[in-house]
Design a binder for this molecule. Structure first.
Ligand code: AMP
Ligand code: GLY
Length: 422
């Protein structure tokens, strides 16, 4: 089977690594890829936001299966274009990807199927939005409706902050994404990520994880795309997973099908857990980054069989073979991230890394220049390890980090703290 993965981050490196373990995989191409991915797959520099370009590339390279990594090509309809051309594709249609691309749409679906989530109101003008904030007070959450690369959510602890967010979004700071705004009740509790494969009818949970969104130790400083993750997330107990499936996930899948826009792909539910119950924070229409790095290290080769079963509407008989293990990933980022940072600094020591089924240095923003690996983004490396316990995985990942010589990089030193013994 010839496989094309779209994307260039740590998530796509982890997907490529898992897919490559499977003997079914003949040729593996990742577009556009990165320096780490280039060590295990061919990389192709094509415009992955353009469906016609991707289809032509597939036809020219006899691609049998396309796996779409990030949300942007999904929202742009790249999965639709591939399927219309008869190419087996993993990833939702643009219509189904609205679960991530429009926060107001997700709220509408939650209403229609009575899924527990934060109370909310939607606005297309600043004056009523400001009045709503003044009437409800802070803390309160202001969200741009559309895709905003992680910059569209303001968790406002004061009314002033919330009003400033309204002025910003309706002032055009996020462009079209901020033309509509959702204002939500502030939820307290512990957040966790739940990943479910669905073919539009059947659903198969494929793991839990917990991300670390803040840049600094102890969950301090600004929000990022994620500074580390581990799997499984003990806060998502079996009971809570069952409740989330029956009250949130299955009703959402049924509602999407009822509307004639069935969801096929991975549904990534961000959940807030409090008092033994989960409420939906948000949906993403793709795998999490860096959560995928821990999921793939745990799933290995079977990931390809599962993604293929999902794309071929064969999930009803599928199951996940779990090892009783734990995985943890630490993100190494360029100093300055999530603010401005420099590109081009040299990363040494990667050749000293153990790389086997228990240790992987996944690359995110890297490039190769003159035979050396250089930083080429904000989040640069995802140092990932597996162990019989979370402590063991934690110890292994940080031991790998000690081998890396990259003065211009940094990482959090406390990934996993919520689940590690105190
Ligand atoms: P989202 O992009 O919707 O996941 O929002 C980004 C982050 O903001 C989430 O991961 C939460 O930490 C936080 N957040 C979003 N909505 C709420 C809410 N209603 N209450 C509390 N925190 C929230
Ligand atoms: N790790 C958060 C995300 O992928 O959205």
């Amino acid at each position: 089977m010839n496989i094309l993965i779209l994307g260039s981050g740590g998530r796509e490196h982890a997907l490529a690594w898992a897919v490559k373990q499977n003997p079914k995989c003949d040729r593996l191409i990742v577009a556009p890829g990165n320096a780490g991915i280039a060590m295990l797959a061919e990389c192709a520099d094509i415009d992955i936001l353009d469906g016609a370009t991707v289809v032509t590339f597939c036809e020219e390279n006899a691609v049998d299966f396309v796996i779409v990594g990030p949300e942007a090509p999904l929202a742009a309809g790249v999965a639709d274009a591939c399927r219309a051309a008869g190419i087996l594709t993993f990833g939702p249609s643009a219509a189904a990807a609205r679960l991530e691309a429009s926060k107001a749409f997700t709220k509408e679906i939650c209403d229609a199927c009575a899924a527990p989530t934060a109370g909310y109101a939607r606005f297309t003008e600043a004056a009523p939005a400001r009045a709503y904030i003044q009437a409800n007070g802070a803390p309160i959450v202001v969200k741009a409706d559309g895709l905003a690369a992680g910059k569209g959510v303001v968790v406002a602890m004061t009314e002033t902050e919330a009003l400033a967010a309204i002025d910003d979004m309706f002032g055009g700071s996020l462009g079209e994404a901020g033309a509509e705004v959702v204002i939500e009740e502030f939820m307290t509790g512990e957040e966790a990520s739940f990943f479910i494969l669905t073919d539009g009818v059947n659903a198969l949970p494929i793991g839990t994880a917990q991300d670390h969104k803040r840049v600094g130790d102890g969950d301090t400083g600004p929000n990022t795309g994620g500074m580390g993750a581990y799997s499984p997330a003990p806060v998502l107990t079996e009971t809570i997973q069952n409740q989330a499936m029956s009250e949130i996930i299955l009703p959402t899948i049924a509602e999407m099908a009822r509307r004639g826009t069935p969801y096929q792909g991975v549904l990534y539910a961000g959940l807030m857990i409090e008092g033994g119950k989960a409420r939906l924070v948000e949906y993403n229409c793709r795998f999490g980054d860096p959560e995928t790095q821990v999921l793939m290290l745990r799933l290995g080769a079977q990931a390809l069989d599962l993604l293929q079963a999902c794309a071929e509407n064969r999930l009803s008989g599928a199951q996940v073979n779990w090892a009783d293990d734990h995985a943890l990933t630490v993100v190494m980022a360029a100093k300055g991230y999530p603010g401005p940072y420099e590109k081009g600094s040299v990363i040494n020591g990667l050749d000293r890394m153990p790389e086997d089924s228990r240790h992987m240095a996944f690359h995110a923003g890297t490039a190769q220049r003159d035979g050396v690996i250089v930083a080429n983004g904000g989040r640069v490396l995802n140092i990932t390890a597996r162990g019989a316990t979370l402590e063991e995985a934690h110890h292994r990942a940080y031991a790998m980090i000690d081998l890396i010589d990259w003065p211009q990089g940094f990482c959090r030193s406390d990934i996993g703290w919520r689940a590690l013994p105190k």
